[in-house]
Design a protein around this ligand. Structure first.
Ligand code: ADP
Ligand code: MG
Length: 485
């Protein structure tokens, strides 16, 4: 949309929110400057704050490993203690139920030399009504999608006769894992309200649905998306020790020594290692929060929970910015006399919008003006647009830097237990998720914080690497390395 089109539009005051009589402020960006300054001060993440967060993350991890419920961090055992070696051979499937879509993937593994010979995948949108239906309906739909995909298996995929097709099931909801191929759903999140699944083994739910569909396949590994990403990245690179998802939500997992997990009570894996899912979204210690964070949390469906996630992940960054802009509009007339109804609507400004605004390098910030107008219904001049970009940058900088501090916390914990395991050699952190993938400023702030915390020398050994869609292949690989045959 062109700027002149924006300027010629008459914006009516919202009926629900009657505009207060207020002097029209000539240069509104000036009068809201103190709000920005205060915000920047509250969101600041100087080295001591980052260090505190990293130290607290390491301490909370330790507490969560000591005893179940010992910390904000659940430190869930993944039961993944054999990593793909590269020798995996054969035909495997992966099924990824993450948010609004589910994805199915077929991969032919060829062992050390041939590695991944062929892959095919399909994505299916989950109909809205199934998100509010019964467990049987949802799992029947998934099994049916899988059956249709399996039917299209062409001649280039081969399975020895007498074997069932094996599946790696990536299920990114909170699960209490009971073995590598079973886990109880604790609760649905991300807008799902399916009845009859909570408290049940999700693998059993899928197996029953596959039986109803007459589909002769079996789940060999149940993992969450971080664990899938770690396994997928490690298939190509033995130095991968940590995986982080920064998407709608956030989580991180890492490779842990079983002898430093007190809550295992002596149960050791043959490899002496296992992957732990930290569930770090629930971290909350010492974060620099503002009134906007507190209000957003109070209005959320899970107040007091997932505070780290609410500060650093994609679902929330745009909403925090909207709340700041709303205050600037109400208290400082940032967008003129009236406060638009759209701007008062929770979650109307999404993280991809603030990301797009931050990519605008034009002289007049035309894209910023167009997005502000299209999404929030407000008109803006150049000084206002600059102010808005500053607000976005403040929130994104805090998010990226805190995510970086969290990563350093994990590395620090690992190094404390095994000197030189992490900082004495090359260590890779595999990253995935739509926020990390698409937001260059966020990525840069995250890396800067890691470098600041570790120092230039030590940070040279820490490689933070995007592992695109590694989690699907990772789940298939885990089905292979945990094969029933
Ligand atoms: P999920 O976390 O649901 O599995 P993704 O990893 O694809 O899904 O992440 C989706 C999230 O990534 C969105 O909710 C959004 O917050 C963020 N995102 C997507 N596209 C962009 C973008 N262009 N810029 C910034 N963030 C984005
Ligand atoms: Mg995902």
């Amino acid at each position: 949309m062109s700027v002149s089109a924006v300027g010629s539009f008459w914006l009516s005051p919202s009926p629900g929110k009657l505009p207060r009589p207020r002097m029209v402020v000539r240069s509104s960006a000036v009068s809201v400057a103190p709000i920005l300054t205060h915000l920047q001060k509250q969101c600041a993440t100087p080295l001591p704050v980052l260090r505190h967060v990293a130290d607290a993350m390491a301490a909370d991890m330790r507490a969560g490993l000591a005893v179940d419920g010992g910390s904000d961090l659940k430190m869930i055992l993944s039961y993944v203690d054999t990593f793909p070696t590269g020798n995996e051979k054969g035909l495997f499937y992966a099924l990824d139920l993450g948010g609004t879509n589910f994805r199915v993937l077929r991969v032919q593994l060829g062992g050390k030399d041939e590695r991944v010979i062929a892959t095919e995948f399909e994505q299916v949108t989950i109909p809205q009504e199934l998100m509010f239906g019964t467990s049987e309906e949802l799992f029947d739909f998934i099994a049916c999608g899988l059956a249709n995909f399996a039917k299209k298996e062409g001649g280039k995929f081969h399975l020895p006769s007498g074997r069932k097709r094996e599946i790696g099931f990536t299920f990114s909801f909170p699960v209490k894992q009971t073995s590598i191929d079973s886990g109880i759903l604790m609760k649905w999140t991300k807008g799902f309200a399916v009845s009859g699944t909570a408290g049940r083994d999700v693998v059993a739910c899928l197996n029953e649905a596959m039986e109803r569909q007459g589909l002769d396949m079996q789940v060999s590994a149940l993992v969450n998306d971080t664990v899938g990403t770690l396994a997928g990245a490690r298939y190509w690179d033995d130095d991968v020790m940590v995986a982080v998802i920064l998407g709608t939500g956030t989580n991180a997992c890492y490779v842990e020594r079983t002898d430093v997990i007190p809550k295992l009570q002596g149960q050791m894996s043959s490899s002496g290692r296992t992957i732990i899912s930290t569930e770090w979204g629930a971290f909350s210690n010492g974060l620099p929060l503002t009134e906007f964070d507190r209000d957003m949390d109070a209005a959320s469906i899970n107040p007091g929970e997932q505070i780290f996630e609410k500060t650093i992940s994609g679902m929330y960054l745009g909403e925090i910015v909207r709340r700041v802009l709303l205050k600037m509009a109400e208290a400082g007339a940032l967008f003129g006399e009236y406060v638009s109804e759209k701007l008062s609507t929770p979650f109307i400004l999404r993280t991809p919008d603030i990301c797009a605004m931050q990519q605008d390098n034009s002289d007049h910030l035309d894209a910023v003006g167009a997005i502000l107008y299209d999404v929030t219904g407000v008109k803006s001049d150049l000084s206002v647009r600059k102010m808005v970009v500053e607000v976005c940058d403040t929130i994104v900088k805090r998010g990226g830097r805190l995510a970086g501090a969290g990563i350093v916390g994990i590395l620090q914990k690992m190094e404390e237990d095994s000197k030189d395991l992490i900082f004495g050699k090359r260590t890779v952190v595999a990253m995935d998720g739509g926020l990390y993938e698409n937001y260059p400023q966020y990525r840069r702030y995250l890396k800067e914080a890691v470098t600041e915390l570790l120092g230039l020398e030590m940070s040279k050994n820490v490689v933070i690497e995007h592992s695109k869609d590694g989690s699907g292949i990772g789940a298939a690989l885990l089905a292979a390395s945990n094969s029933k045959y």
